[in-house]
Design a protein around this ligand. Structure first.
Ligand code: M6R
Length: 603
């Protein structure tokens, strides 16, 4: 949520800053801005909307200067507008900020009383004023940046430059991600390591509370008490790995098609060695209950895992939305718990707050994370990587299937430890079929395009499923609403008659997840109840299931037959395709849906 990029070089940096922002655009695209310092002082250019709008402005009004900071914004305080765009400036100080200043109202009043004049509605603008007041009181810029911690409540990563010292960029992080790197042409700061591809070979990953002084040829890092400190350096992958759409028109489509390869990468890492046992030093015989915590799509993956834990490992679990868990009362019931936190980005603010709470309760934590350079990956007690590669599309696709595949591996490991060997073997065998079964669904894309036409005309759609496919119904609805803006809800099929069936009419398509299995007869009855009310039914199921309901289906999509344990993973693919093709048919901006951002680093 909001992307920071900064550079100090021996040549003008405006171009590299705009390129950096393009790579960070998935973090927010309400507005973008860049500031540099040249002989005449600070200059700033901003534009509402995507980074391409800023790029046009920068091309029209070139920005000289070999030191600069840049920002792409996801609006929290104040509408997307030029005046609310970062960088914010105050008396020779320019700042870009990611996070939220929770006590900004109080700080603003105090600073206004001291004569500071605010231009924007943002919380962030207090930061340059705090720094410039500290500098006016005699602090050097580094001390002034350090003193932010004394004033600000909330989370932040900031990059700061001052007219008085054009040879140093200052940065500090507290609860929002930031990395620094040195390359042949200078130094860089970025919210995300992948945006540094091609500029440097390795990056320094900052810890919470760290402050950085970045020069053209040196990075100095200081911990929260101001002591110089050495932080881990991580290699920066090549550019192509992150930003290539592989010939597809959108990242989302490319990422849907990446899924067989992701399944194979997970299979290779997780199956051929006791990988989970090496990573997770927990004895699942000593655990009474699992707590699964996540947000959005990752939460739906946890709901599927809950069923697997029960069915395969005989372990009960609770699944909680991180935004609820962080403030929920704690019940000390003597149960021995382990918590699993699932996140694509590893930077979701609510999930990190849950991690903090669990630490306080001394609950062992397992982070299942795609971004290996992330707070959750680093700070959970144990870490399982998703191996999905960079997911740029805001709508999560391959990270979701990777979450399911890795959670299933963890379930199989827990089942084995708990002596449920046959169940573990069955789950592993099913997972071994995942890549080729996903591939079979991808070959069915043309049929999905035809069905998408039905949904594209709807104002509202329902998704229903039972058992492990109930979370998939919710995921299918989320995917559709976030990129096509069609109102959609996912329900447990058996719940329809308790209220939602009132929504069913000839104009409201119902997508029913109906593969063969123990629950099929129940689901089939629910589908017939919908048909009796003239609902338009789109069925997803294997041939046998589709045949059994062919008299009531308005459209159907064939899923390959597979072990029931694998069904939620396989069902994800047509739901992603459906959402994608509906959004294409409606002319939506697939990779940048309105109001959203990829990494939700605010509460
Ligand atoms: O990075 P995380 O997995 O923690 O993100 C959680 C949600 O914000 C995310 O899954 C969101 O719901 C996606 N846009 C869904 O496509």
């Amino acid at each position: 949520m909001c992307g920071i990029f900064a550079a100090i070089s021996d040549r003008p940096v405006a171009g590299v800053l705009v390129e950096g922002l393009k790579r960070l655009e998935y973090r927010g695209y309400d507005s973008a801005g860049v500031a540099t310092i040249d002989d005449e002082g600070l200059r700033r250019v901003c534009a509402v909307g995507k980074v391409s709008a800023l790029q046009q402005r920068v091309e029209a009004e070139p920005l000289p200067g070999c030191i600069g900071i840049a920002h792409t914004r996801w609006a929290t305080h104040g509408a997307p507008s030029e005046v609310n765009s970062h960088p914010h400036m105050a008396s020779g100080v320019a700042v870009v900020h990611n996070g939220i200043v929770e006590n900004h109202g109080e700080l603003r009043q105090r600073l206004e009383r001291q004569g500071c004049r605010f231009l924007s509605e943002t919380d962030s603008e207090v930061i340059p004023w705090l720094i410039s007041c500290a500098v006016a009181d005699g602090s050097g810029p580094a001390r002034a940046v350090r003193s932010l911690g004394e004033h600000i409540e909330g989370s932040y990563a900031v990059a700061v430059m001052t007219e008085n010292d054009r040879n140093v960029l200052h940065a500090k992080r507290h609860g929002s991600p930031l990395v620094a790197a040195l390359g042949p042409r200078g130094g860089y700061l970025s919210s995300d390591i992948s945006a540094l591809a091609g500029l440097a070979d390795e990056a320094v990953v900052l810890s919470d509370g760290d402050q950085v002084e970045l020069r053209r040829d040196a990075i100095s890092v200081f911990d929260k008490s101001g002591r110089p400190v050495l932080r881990a350096r991580l290699p920066i992958d090549a550019v192509g790995e992150h930003f290539d759409k592989g010939g597809h028109p959108h990242y989302m489509l490319k990422e849907i098609h990446d899924q067989p390869a992701v399944a194979r990468a997970i299979e290779a890492r997780y199956d051929k060695s006791p990988f989970v046992a090496e990573q997770v030093a927990l004895d699942f015989n000593q655990i009474d209950r699992i707590r699964l915590i996540a947000c959005g799509t990752s939460y739906y993956a946890c709901l599927v895992a809950k069923r697997w834990f029960a069915e395969v490992a005989g372990l009960s679990s609770d699944v909680e939305l991180a935004s609820e868990h962080r403030y929920a009362p704690v019940v000390a019931d003597g149960q021995r718990e382990a918590a699993i936190l699932v996140s694509q980005s590893g930077e979701t603010a609510d999930t990190l707050a849950s991690l903090e709470k669990l630490r306080g309760l001394r609950t062992p934590t397992i982070g299942i994370v795609n971004q290996q350079v992330s707070t959750l990956a680093r700070e959970a007690d144990f870490f399982l990587p998703l191996l999905a590669g960079a997911e740029i599309g805001v709508a999560s696709t391959k990270a979701f299937t990777a979450q399911l595949l890795v959670l299933a591996r963890l379930v199989a490991h827990a089942a084995e430890q708990r002596g449920q060997r046959a169940a573990a073997r069955r789950l592993r065998a099913a997972l071994g079929e995942a890549a080729k079964t996903i591939e079979a669904v991808l070959h069915n894309e043309a049929a999905i395009v035809a069905v998408a036409g039905i949904l594209a005309k709807a104002r509202s759609a329902l998704f229903v499923g039972r058992g492990a496919l109930y979370p998939l119904a919710m995921e299918g609805a989320l995917k559709l609403k976030e990129i096509s803006y069609i109102h959609a809800e996912g329900f447990a099929a058996g719940e329809l008659k308790h209220g939602p069936i009132a929504l069913v009419d000839a104009d409201t398509p119902v997508v029913a997840l109906a593969p063969s299995g123990d629950l099929f007869p129940k689901l089939a009855s629910n589908v017939r109840e919908i048909a009796a009310r003239k609902g338009k039914i789109i069925l997803l199921g294997d041939r046998k299931a589709l045949l059994a309901l062919s008299d009531v289906a308005d459209a159907s999509l064939t899923l390959p037959a597979c072990d029931e344990l694998l069904q939620p993973i396989i069902a994800a693919i047509p739901l992603q395709f459906l959402a994608y093709h509906v959004a294409v048919a409606r002319g939506c901006d697939i990779d940048h849906p309105r109001n959203l951002a990829k990494s939700v680093t605010v509460e």
